[in-house]
Write a protein that binds this ligand. Structure first.
Ligand code: B1M
Length: 215
């Protein structure tokens, strides 16, 4: 198989043996680390989601695909371009309560960190209290919440209500993850949160939002 298809297949099959050699070959061919992730590996994860969603793939296989994806991203991370060294601003990032999906959140972390932001990544299944505590501690310019389950979109709403009720709605919130829609965030949630909630379709939109907030 050609290299790109091989890498794609590695994600779908959750096959890590020889992964690093293939990634190195792709880098040597002049494909940037970011393009490998965005154009090849994430396409594989998309296929995994579709197979799982249609009942054609069982959960343990999804997990090994996810682990392969994570291994690939951590191998590629040192090859990603670092744009700025001075810290531009701070964000607290977390996957919301009840949700374990963290590949997207960790990509957002990498992209923001490589673009000059100080990211406090709290991990998965994080309660709003923990996010608030961290935001206060580091004096965050924004809180970023990720969640992939439909029920996470409801948790996000509750979290915004909690921030609101603690008089913290001056803190901008960026929301991302596959179960969200732009309309839900920008119409339904924005109206309950002072207009300070933003939708990040992908990691780069997350970065754009941070850049606009800090400007
Ligand atoms: Co799960 N899972 N999963 N899963 N999983 C989904 C989300 C699902 C859509 C699959 C499906 O049915 N087709 C489905 C949710 C259905 C729903 O809620 N309606 C699902 C389910 C059902 C489940 C379980 C409930 C399964 C079970 O146990 N029966 C369970 C949930 C456990 C829990 O959370 N409590 C579960 C478990 C798992 C694994 C552990 C096996 C594994 C996660 C491993 C890990 O993350 N460490 C897993 C995986 C891998 C997936 C799919 C296949 C892939 C997710 C992924 O990593 N995508 C997923 C299918 C799908 O999403 N279509 C699925 C790649 C990643 C880069 O994309 O996270 O969307 P994403 O991030 C994007 C953007 O969304 C955005 O930027 C990223 C790209 O640039 N973004 C942000 C994300 N966060 C952002 C934050 C921002 C800005 C942008 O600012 C703060």
């Amino acid at each position: 198989l050609p290299l790109e298809q091989r890498l794609y297949k590695r994600i779908v099959d959750g096959n890590r043996k020889g992964l690093e050699e293939d990634l190195e070959e792709a880098l040597n061919d002049g494909i940037s680390a970011l393009d490998i992730i965005n154009n090849i590996l994430l396409e594989g994860m998309k296929e995994v989601g579709e197979l799982f969603g249609s009942g054609k793939m069982q959960l343990p296989f999804v997990l090994s695909s996810a682990e392969t994806m994570k291994a690939a991203v951590s191998f590629l991370e040192p090859f990603m371009e670092v744009r700025e060294s001075a810290k531009k601003g701070k964000i607290v990032l977390a996957t919301v309560k009840g949700d374990v999906h963290d590949i997207g959140k960790n990509l957002v972390d990498i992209i923001l960190t490589n673009n000059g932001y100080e990211v406090t990544n709290l991990g998965i299944k994080v309660s709003i209290s923990e996010m608030i505590e961290a935001a206060n501690r580091v004096q965050a310019d924004a809180i970023g919440m990720s969640g992939l389950l439909v029920k996470s979109t409801l948790i996000m709403r509750e979290n915004l209500e909690e921030l609101q009720s603690r008089n913290l709605s001056h803190i901008p919130v960026i929301l991302g993850g596959a179960a969200l829609t732009r309309t839900y965030v920008e119409r339904d949630l924005r109206s309950i949160y002072n207009g300070r909630v933003f939708y990040g379709k992908d990691a780069f939109e997350g970065l754009d939002i941070m850049n606009k907030l800090i400007d």
